[in-house]
Unconditional design. Structure first.
Ligand SMILES: [Zn+2]
Length: 242
């Protein structure tokens, strides 16, 4: 077989092996990504609760401030009551006093209500904290497992890259550029086998003449329809496929 063609087939085979590792790598990382997404969700919920508790506390201080003002007002009324001159004045102050006392009651009830909500939110917050701890522990364990598996993949990738580099360094640069050019539009199928006398890149049938050339393999033959480099798989390639 033509040496250049042989090199192109080998380079393409190595690049295909690299590409096949991508989905494997992705599936190895998947459980870790799932846990991280879960953690983010819980963290968002946690932040939301912390924020809600803060807002509730602001509302409580507002009510407390209102109560303080109302108590000042009551003192004021008490003082005025000691200097009363008429029945009419007495009644007006009494109404004011009752109103202020009622407002204090309402504000106190509101504070109690808010405190109960805060209590519930604090419980939920503690639950989320526990959940986060558990997720973090899961992440640590999963990461150990994932890193170990990735190490194997990395080692495989390293070996393939070394082979590719060696091959490319001894290849004719023009042939390499020719291959890279086809790859720009054809991707990894830039070099593609002929099966049932058809190009497996564009699935078009090739003529008997072109097919005979591909079978001989004395030159680099490209598909007349799409331009991909064609070759006939050896028995070994076919065995590898299974
Ligand atoms: Zn084709």
């Amino acid at each position: 077989m033509n040496k250049f063609l042989e090199e192109l087939i080998e380079l393409n085979r190595l690049e295909r092996r690299l590409q096949e590792l991508e989905p494997i790598e992705k599936s190895i990382k998947a459980p870790l990504l799932r846990l991280e997404a879960k953690k983010k969700k819980v963290l968002d919920e946690f932040d939301k609760i912390v924020n809600e508790i803060r807002n509730l506390k602001v509302k409580i201080s507002q009510s407390e401030l209102l109560i303080a003002e109302l108590k000042d007002k009551l003192k004021d009324i008490e003082e005025k009551q000691s200097r009363i001159k008429s029945e009419k004045e007495y009644k007006a102050l009494q109404i004011e006093e009752e109103l202020a006392k009622e407002q204090i009651n309402v504000a106190n009830e509101e504070i109690e209500r808010l405190e109960r909500i805060i209590e519930q939110k604090e419980e939920k917050k503690a639950e989320l904290e526990k959940e986060l701890e558990k997720i973090d522990a899961d992440i640590t364990l999963t990461k150990l497992d994932v890193d170990k598996k990735l190490e194997t993949i990395e080692a495989q990738k390293k070996t393939i890259y070394e082979k590719i580099n060696n091959l490319v360094s001894q290849m004719n640069p023009q042939i390499y550029r020719f291959y890279e050019k086809i790859k720009r539009w054809a991707g990894i199928s830039a070099v593609t086998p002929v099966r049932k006398q058809a190009c497996t890149g564009c699935h078009m049938r090739i003529s008997d003449k072109v097919y005979a050339e591909v079978v001989k393999g004395e030159d680099i033959t490209t598909c007349p329809h799409c331009g991909r480099v064609l070759f006939v798989e050896s028995e070994d390639d076919l065995k590898d496929d299974k």
